[in-house]
Design a protein around this ligand. Structure first.
Ligand SMILES: [Mg+2]
Length: 249
């Protein structure tokens, strides 16, 4: 049985907006443009190393928190680190500049590729019309996240917008959820959390008593041995049947 929520907290990236699930092809295209300078390593091999290095880089929660607040620098750090590990940076000073160039162009391309998911605006507008209080809780840098909120016309769609870089705390810190609940003046038990990150938008909010909706936008395998979300959606269109069950659609 699904209770009608008083409020819903939404994540931003890969929940309401997204670029692409797999950054590999973009990395590979950019690495290919410098194939000569990077020879004898071929772009495919380099892409695999960058991907592995990035996965390791982001796997540590403390490092994640530090670097997601300066994402463009993080991408430079990842390429530099991957190249260093492959001994590519030894000898030729041009290669350090090439590494930065690849990282910066990756960032620009990713920003360009970012779009709204098809149902995002319709869903938010519908919920607002039904009187559901809405908050956006997003981790990351203040200017970068605020720019996306404005670019995708989300400001007026939310009663509360909470950006980690602006408030100084982020998911999965308990304060991130408590602060949003306080701002909307609702209790955890009457609130849903919607997002794609299993740690931040399923495990942490569920422990506080929120109902969790996992937007598995990249069709990931659910982690083993972790508490299940209350509901899983592969895209936002799956939200409408949930709302129907609560009389909200
Ligand atoms: Mg997300």
């Amino acid at each position: 049985m699904l209770n009608r929520p008083k409020a819903i907290l939404f994540d931003l990236d890969d929940t309401l907006i997204s670029a692409y699930a797999d950054p590999g092809p973009v990395w590979q295209a950019l690495l290919s443009e410098h194939a000569e300078a990077l020879s004898p390593h071929d772009p495919e091999e380099l892409t695999a190393h960058v991907g592995a290095y990035a996965a390791e880089f982001w796997s540590d929660p403390a490092r994640h928190k530090t670097w997601r607040l300066k994402l463009y620098d993080a991408r430079r750090e990842i390429i530099r680190g991957a190249f260093e590990r492959m001994d590519i940076l030894k000898g030729d000073p041009r290669l350090a500049l090439i590494a930065n160039d690849i990282a910066d162009r990756y960032s620009a391309r990713r920003d360009e590729a970012m779009t709204l998911f098809p149902d995002s605006h319709a869903l938010l507008d519908h919920l607002k019309e039904k009187g559901i209080k809405l908050a956006l809780i997003t981790n990351g840098e203040a200017a970068m996240q605020r720019a996306k909120v404005e670019r995708f016309e989300l400001t007026h769609r939310f009663d509360h917008i909470q950006i980690e870089g602006e408030v100084g705390f982020g998911k999965p810190e308990e304060e991130a959820y408590h602060h949003a609940l306080g701002a909307l003046d609702v209790r955890a038990e009457e609130t849903w959390m919607v997002g794609d990150n299993y740690e931040w938008e399923v495990i942490a909010p569920a422990a506080l008593g929120l109902t969790t909706i996992w937007h598995n936008s990249h069709k990931a395998a659910p982690p083993e041995g972790k508490p299940a979300p209350h509901h899983t959606l592969e895209d936002l269109s799956g939200f409408w049947p949930l709302l129907k069950k609560t009389g909200l659609a």
